[in-house]
Design a binder for this molecule. Structure first.
Ligand SMILES: Nc1ncnc2c1ncn2[C@@H]1O[C@H](COP(=O)(O)OP(=O)(O)OP(=O)(O)O)[C@@H](O)[C@H]1O
Ligand SMILES: [Mg+2]
Length: 301
């Protein structure tokens, strides 16, 4: 590692765990959206903690409020009830201290890869040569230096998400928030992205809160996993992942991994069925040749 690379990494790491920073604490969090039909309660009384430098995932059925919770930690949404704190400070607006990566690619299409990464640093007033070298160092860590002058439309989905992660890291955030960042990627690219993310996380030592639907991904990446209930989402379970690091793909076949997977799978499938029962009703069966033997579908699931 060059001296310059080490310098940039140290700058980011200094802002986080080295000084015990990046503790997320969400307590008794509830959020209702206003709608024409009245308030929609997305999350009710959820509590989570992410310790400095920890990698924590949230899984739960579609619509349970994972993005809502993450957006409140980012400062894009205000809690209806409860509190969201980072390092004991209440969160009430977005901040460069909390980097966010969205599921949809959210790069500026009119800026090159390096300009996208430099954007936050420019906003912070960093002078050109310093921000250029910081951006190039981080792009190098993510294997993207050869693409620094390309525009986003020339990149694959995996590359765009890597740029998104690098851009979120460039300003030296204390916490990195990721909302299903690999959801749109094929299985092989996803595995490579997971490796890149854990490598960067281990070097930068920042706290990560990661939302995913994918149980294997949650286990492979995390120190701990929170499992949410169907909407209105609360925390149903918290599972510690005791697998050693660094993690290898081969671990996914170990009996320890498979036991964790079975446990999480049963928690999630119970909640997914609950979440779907509102949408899948007996009318949905009409025209299909499914015999429920006189029982209502709602009794069966
Ligand atoms: N702006 C909004 N207005 C009204 N309701 C909303 C709004 N945003 C989300 N909701 C509702 O709040 C609930 C939680 O949404 P959220 O996007 O947080 O779920 P999620 O767990 O991230 O789902 P997914 O896994 O599908 O991404 C859903 O029922 C959704 O329909
Ligand atoms: Mg979501």
């Amino acid at each position: 590692m060059s001296e310059q690379t080490a310098g940039v990494i140290d700058n980011i790491a200094d802002a986080s765990v080295a000084s015990g920073k990046g503790r997320i604490e969400v307590s008794h969090f509830g959020l209702s959206y206003a709608s024409a039909e009245g308030p929609i309660e997305a999350v009710a009384d959820a509590g989570i903690v992410v310790e400095p430098g920890e990698f924590v995932s949230i899984i739960g059925p579609s619509g349970c409020g994972k993005s809502t919770l993450l957006n409140a930690v980012a400062g894009f949404l205000k809690p209806t009830r409860g509190t969201v704190r980072v390092d004991d400070e209440p969160v009430n607006r977005p901040s460069a201290d909390r980097g966010m990566v969205f599921q949809q690619y959210s790069l500026f299409p009119w800026k090159t890869v390096r300009e996208n990464v430099e954007f936050g640093l420019k906003m912070k007033g960093m002078e050109r040569s310093r921000r250029e070298s910081a951006a190039r160092t981080l792009l190098g860590l993510a294997g993207l230096l050869a693409f620094e002058n390309q525009y986003p439309d020339r990149l694959s989905g995996g590359m765009k998400q890597r740029v998104g992660i690098v851009r979120a890291l460039a300003t030296g955030p204390k916490v990195l928030l990721l909302d299903e960042p690999f959801g749109a990627l094929d299985a092989q690219t996803r595995i490579i992205m997971q490796q890149i993310l854990t490598n960067m996380w281990q070097r930068l030592k920042i706290s990560v809160l990661f939302v995913t639907h994918d149980i294997d991904e949650a286990i492979f990446l995390s120190d701990r996993v929170y499992c949410m209930t169907a909407r209105p989402g609360t925390i149903k379970a918290e599972i510690t992942i005791p697998l050693p690091r660094p993690r290898q793909q081969s671990m996914m076949m170990s009996s320890e991994f498979l036991a964790l997977r079975r446990g999480l799978m049963s928690l999630i499938s119970e909640e997914s069925l609950k979440a779907m029962s509102g949408e899948v009703n007996d009318d949905a069966l009409q025209g299909l040749t499914i015999d429920t033997h006189g029982h209502a579908l709602s009794e069966m699931i």
